[in-house]
Ligand binder design. Structure first.
Ligand code: CTP
Length: 231
């Protein structure tokens, strides 16, 4: 691909994180990574330069133009974000990042925990908020987009508080009720504190493929506006 200054560069994360307990066990979640991968595919088809950071799952993107890197844990993803964020115009965090992981003294990557009888408690530590961390190091010409999967009755209020807490530019609020479904109903909200005046919603519930097209259409002008800051 010929890359020129007008080419939009997308860094996108998708899928679950697996936080190891020992050589064979982990704490994970049910994210399929389909939504983020579909966004990556559509962006690449539109001529964006796309780097996809994908968690452990069976999905393989089909577009050969997509640069693919795999992660397992939150810590792997944190390292990949630090490496790739500087080369991007937009970051979309669609990955379902763990909020807690086994504390280091609980983890044995070489062996397997034996059954000891009785109950077992494993101490968990908080993971860093990766989006908030990206916001601290991002340049003024970059756009940071997060997702907020929330119960419908408090979808917008929770999304707004995440937007402020993580200090990012935009958040996609989508209803928890559509998790694991092929369809989605979402609202994209800009952070006015960061100069992004934007609010738009999908027209009702749409397929995840339609959603990918819809979101990229919303993000294109906002990305170009940001990119022009340092042009
Ligand atoms: N996220 C992140 N780092 C984390 C957790 C979440 O970067 N440790 C990102 C997700 O990729 C998503 C956004 O933050 O884009 C919101 O994730 P969510 O799990 O809904 O929010 P949390 O910050 O974990 O808040 P809570 O668990 O209270 O809902």
């Amino acid at each position: 691909m010929i890359v020129n200054e007008a080419t939009r560069r997308l860094l996108i994360t998708a899928g679950p994180t697996y936080e190891p307990i020992d050589a064979v066990r982990f704490i994970g979640n049910r994210s399929s990574g389909r939504l983020g991968t579909s966004l990556a595919e559509h962006a690449a088809a539109l001529g964006w330069e796309v780097s996809l950071l994908l968690g452990p799952n069976a999905i393989e993107p089909t577009n050969p133009q997509i640069t693919l890197e795999r992660f397992q844990s939150t810590s792997d993803l944190e390292n990949l974000l630090q490496t790739h964020l500087p080369e991007s115009d937009v970051l979309i965090m669609a990955a379902a990042v763990a909020d807690y992981r086994p504390a280091p003294e609980e983890v044995n990557l070489e062996g397997k925990r034996r059954r000891e009888g009785g109950n077992l408690s494993i101490r968990l530590e908080s993971t860093p908020d990766l989006l908030a961390g990206c916001s601290k190091i991002a340049r003024d010409d970059q756009l940071l987009v997060g997702f907020a999967l929330e119960p419908k009755d408090r979808m917008i209020s929770s999304a707004l508080s995440k937007l402020a807490r993580k200090n990012i530019d935009l958040i996609v609020a989508n209803a928890l009720e559509t998790m694991d479904s092929d369809s989605i109903e979402a609202t994209l909200i800009g952070n006015t504190e960061r100069g992004v005046e934007h609010e738009s919603s999908t027209s009702g519930t749409i397929t995840k493929t339609e959603f990918a097209k819809w979101l990229l259409t919303q993000l294109e002008p906002l990305t170009d506006q940001r990119k022009s800051i340092n042009a």
